[in-house]
Ligand binder design. Structure first.
Ligand SMILES: Cc1cc2nc3c(=O)[nH]c(=O)nc-3n(C[C@H](O)[C@H](O)[C@H](O)COP(=O)(O)OP(=O)(O)OC[C@H]3O[C@@H](n4cnc5c(N)ncnc54)[C@H](O)[C@@H]3O)c2cc1C
Length: 401
């Protein structure tokens, strides 16, 4: 007779899987670091001949900070991120403050993490350094992904330089024009959103008197917004102007723009905005068309999935595109840690991430209409879209997976 039956449940956690990651942007590198952290080997393939980020500034909201902390970059952010205690949204002509956004100590306690603004290249470089510190040969440059095949529990990726690599799973982190997404679900061009972005980086000293009323600020005008904030220990000012436009024919992320061209769009904005634009040195002003995508019904097939802009490219009106990729990466790490098979890990990852990213994507479109309203004064007394939607209340360490 058996008095006690001891049931021992043995769960076989995965270790040492080999994951192929296509794209070494912020999303791909975060996923790589998160997967290394939980005991897997990653090979990251990047089409560019060298690493570097286009674009200048990045807002890292508390939900994104949690993800960076998950992959071990908390101390880096504390040292290099700028912490604006207060932000202001102002009327584009009068400069009247329509509403403030508080990012003070109370805010930090509420969300359990800091709100940072930082040069994109700094975060990107720190992620790449951390991946390489774990495995010096993890990042393969000059590798343009072409196609893949799956069989026998393996994925083989083929690159345009003729090389093939085989792993246990593959993650497409190759951005808004993802080839992995096209291979998975058929080619479909991203949607031109009717918006063009100008971005510039200027020395802070000559324009310090124009940094009013707060270190971080957005001017709201009809069909146009202008956001600016400090990066690099307040030595540089990053700005982004996003304007509605009827036509956009040029391709690329770094098309040079001139001060006159930007002023032809922002000429009726207040003197502070114009002064900052005018101070941009040649070669530091760029423009590009903004594209997004409709949400996908499914991200994964077999052992191949998508992450970051490849899965959910969105407009920047909530400042959440990179944040979503950071969250994706951290959640992918947790899912691989908790699952006993690759299929289970990918299925948990997709289930955990699809609803939130779809919500943020769709609200980023809606937010354009609010921020670029024909009557900016209607925003008086409102709050930022991220606050209204509660987007900071997401902690990658504790959300169910
Ligand atoms: C004006 C503007 C302001 C923004 N501000 C913010 C902000 O403040 N906060 C925020 O969170 N987000 C912001 N975003 C969004 C953010 O920039 C993006 O969502 C984020 O950079 C996407 O990261 P990713 O790694 O998914 O894709 P990407 O950064 O596009 O990286 C994809 C990588 O894949 C590589 N690649 C592409 N094709 C291939 C291939 N076939 N083979 C191999 N490699 C390939 C590319 O070279 C690239 O390195 C902003 C966006 C814009 C347009």
């Amino acid at each position: 007779m058996v008095d006690d039956v001891l049931i021992v449940v043995v769960t076989r956690f995965m270790k040492n899987a080999h994951i192929l990651i296509v794209g070494a942007g912020i999303g791909g590198l975060t996923a790589a670091l998160a997967l290394q952290r939980v005991g897997h080997k990653v090979s990251v393939f990047e089409t560019a001949p060298q690493l570097g980020e286009v674009g200048a500034g990045l807002t890292i909201s508390p939900n994104a900070t949690h993800a960076l902390e998950y992959v071990g970059l908390g101390p880096y952010m504390a040292e290099h991120g700028d912490r604006p205690e207060t932000g202001a949204s102002v009327h584009y002509q009068t400069g009247e403050v329509l509403y403030y956004t508080q990012r003070d100590s109370e805010f930090r306690v509420k969300f359990g993490a800091e709100y940072y603004q930082i040069h994109r290249a700094d975060v990107h470089g720190a992620l790449a350094d951390a991946v390489r510190a774990n495995d010096a040969g993890a990042i393969h440059l000059n590798h343009t992904f072409k196609s893949f095949s799956q069989s026998g529990g393996k994925v083989t990726a083929t690159f345009s330089n003729g090389q093939n690599f085989t792993g246990d799973a593959m993650v497409g982190c190759d951005g808004v024009r993802s080839v992995v997404r096209a291979e998975l679900f058929g080619a479909q061009d991203p949607r031109f959103t009717g918006q063009v972005a100008f971005r510039g980086l200027v020395d802070a000293d000559p324009v310090r008197e124009h940094i009013v009323p707060t270190p971080s600020s957005t001017a709201l005008g009809p069909g146009r917004i202008f956001t600016r904030y400090f990066v690099r220990n307040r030595k540089l000012v990053n700005f982004v102007g996003i304007a509605r436009t009827d036509a956009w024919k040029e391709e690329g992320w770094s098309i040079s723009a001139t001060v006159d061209e930007m002023l032809s769009v922002y000429g009726d904005f207040n003197e502070h905005t114009r002064a900052i634009i005018k101070s941009t040195p040649p070669g530091r002003l760029f423009k590009w068309g903004l594209f997004d995508r409709d949400p996908l019904a499914q991200w994964t097939k077999g052992r191949v999935t998508l992450l970051g802009d490849a899965a959910h490219a969105m407009l920047p009106f909530l400042g959440m595109g990179a944040a979503m990729g950071l969250e994706d990466g951290a959640i992918m790490g947790r899912c691989f840690e908790a699952a006993s098979t690759i299929e289970e890990a990918l299925s948990r990852y997709e289930a955990a991430r699809k609803e939130r990213t779809t919500m943020v994507l769709l609200n980023s479109r809606k937010q354009a209409g609010l921020y670029q309203s024909d009557n900016p004064a209607s925003m008086r007394g409102q709050s930022s879209g991220e606050t209204r939607l509660g987007l900071f209340n997401y902690n990658v360490n504790t959300v169910p997976i």
